[in-house]
Design a binder for this molecule. Structure first.
Ligand SMILES: Cc1ncc(COP(=O)(O)O)c(C=O)c1O
Length: 338
C-alpha cells in the first residue's frame, strides 16, 4: 500500500529547503501546539505489562460520556482494522477528507464511493457504510447530530454502519455522537492526538456496540496501547481544568488565525478549533514561498488549498504575520496574485 501524504513531515521539509529542523514553524498539522503537559511517569509504566484495570477505560468513559469503548494505538489503528470486520461492501466517504479512510477500505476489497455533501442523501440507499469525519479534515465542514442519527437509523435498519471520525471534535463536544455509540451500527472514533496534542503517544478510542468491540479487540490482540501511553492518556482524560481552559483557548486562537489569514487575502472557507482551510488556486506557490521562510503548511492539490494549524506562541504568530506580509508587496499585487 503506497504511503499517503500527511502533515508533520518536518525532517523531509528541512532537507528539501535546506533549513535546519529547529528553525521551522510547523503549521502543517491540526495538532494542538500547547498540548497536555506530560509529567514524568512511574517506572512501572515502562517496566510492567499494561493491565486492563488501570483506570484508563473508566477515565475515557467519563470524558466521552460513553460506556462501551476500546483503546487503540491511535485512531489510525482502528481506521486500518475496521474494514476487516465486514465482507466487501459499498462504502460512501466524503471527498475531500482524511485520505487514510478510503485507502484502508479499498485495501480490504471494499468499493469506495466518493461523495459530495449533497450526494449523501441520494446515495445512502445504495451504501452499506457511510463514513464521515466530523468536523471534516481538511475542510472543517460539520454535520449535525440530528442529520447523522437519521442516516445511522437508515443504515442500521439493513445491517449497515455509520462510522464517524471525531478526531477534531473535542473543542466542540456538543457535536459528538459519543453518547449514542452503544447503538448497533454506530461507530465513533476519537483521538488523543489533536486536542490533547499527544500525537506521539498513539492513543485513540473506538466507541461502539459490544459485539463490534469484541471483534475489534480480538483483531488487535493484547497490549494494543503501551503502558506509558495508557498512563498519560488516563491523566489527560481526567484533567477537567486543563480541558475546559484549552477548549476556550483553542476557539479563541482559531478565530485569531481566521482573521489573520483573511487580512492577508487568504480567506478560510471553514475550519475547526485546530486549523483553518483556505482553498486558493495559488496554494502550491504560497506553500513553497512560506516553506522558503521555514513555515510549513499543508498543501492539498485537489482541490487546490492550504491548511494552517495554530501557532503556539506570540513569537510564532508574529513570524507567520510577517511571512504573509512579505508575500504581498504592493496593493496592486495583492489584488492580482492573491
Ligand atoms: C481525521 C483524522 N482521523 C484520524 C487521524 C489519525 O490520528 P491518530 O492515529 O493519531 O489518532 C487523523 C490524523 O491526522 C485525522 O486527521
Amino acid at each position: 500500500l503506497a504511503e499517503l501524504h500527511h502533515g508533520g513531515r518536518l525532517r523531509e521539509a528541512a532537507a528539501c529547503y535546506a533549513i535546519p529542523l529547529e528553525q521551522w514553524l510547523d503549521l502543517s498539522t491540526g495538532i494542538n501546539p500547547l498540548g497536555w503537559p506530560v509529567p514524568s511517569l512511574p517506572a512501572e509504566c515502562w517496566q510492567r505489562l499494561p493491565e486492563a484495570d488501570d483506570g484508563l477505560e473508566q477515565a475515557a468513559a467519563a470524558y466521552y460520556g460513553a460506556a462501551q469503548l476500546q483503546a487503540v494505538a491511535g485512531s489510525q489503528a482502528a481506521i486500518q482494522t475496521l474494514p476487516r470486520l465486514r465482507p466487501p461492501c459499498r462504502v460512501g466517504i466524503l471527498a475531500p477528507s482524511y485520505a487514510e479512510h478510503a485507502a484502508a477500505w479499498r485495501c480490504h476489497g471494499h468499493e469506495v464511493v466518493a461523495l459530495g455533501t449533497n450526494d449523501i442523501e441520494t446515495q445512502l440507499p445504495a451504501l452499506d457504510v457511510l463514513l464521515l469525519v466530523n468536523p471534516n479534515n481538511p475542510t472543517g465542514e460539520c454535520f449535525t447530530g440530528e442529520q447523522l442519527l437519521a442516516w445511522h437509523e437508515a443504515l442500521a435498519a439493513r445491517g449497515g454502519w455509520l462510522l464517524v471520525d471525531e478526531a477534531f471534535i473535542d473543542a466542540t463536544p456538543g457535536l459528538s455522537l459519543a453518547a449514542y455509540s452503544g447503538r448497533a451500527g454506530l461507530i465513533v472514533l476519537r483521538s488523543l492526538g489533536k486536542f490533547f496534542g499527544l500525537a506521539g503517544a498513539r492513543v485513540g478510542f473506538v466507541l461502539a456496540w459490544p459485539a463490534l468491540l469484541e471483534q475489534l479487540a480480538a483483531r488487535l490482540g493484547p497490549w494494543a496501547v503501551s503502558g506509558p501511553s495508557r498512563e498519560v492518556a488516563r491523566l489527560a482524560l481526567s484533567d477537567r481544568a486543563w480541558q475546559a481552559q484549552t477548549r476556550q483557548c483553542l476557539l479563541r486562537e482559531s478565530a485569531r488565525l481566521h482573521s489573520l489569514l483573511q487580512e492577508y487575502h487568504l480567506p478560510p472557507v471553514d475550519g475547526t478549533a485546530l486549523f483553518q482551510y483556505c482553498p486558493t488556486p495559488e496554494a502550491e506557490r504560497l506553500h513553497d514561498a512560506l516553506a522558503r521562510q521555514g513555515i510549513l503548511t499543508r498543501l492539498f492539490q485537489q482541490p487546490s488549498a492550504l491548511r494552517f494549524g495554530l501557532p503556539g506562541s506570540e513569537a510564532e504568530w508574529q513570524r507567520l504575520a510577517q511571512a504573509l506580509e512579505s508575500l504581498i508587496t504592493t496593493p496592486k499585487q495583492r489584488a492580482v496574485e492573491w
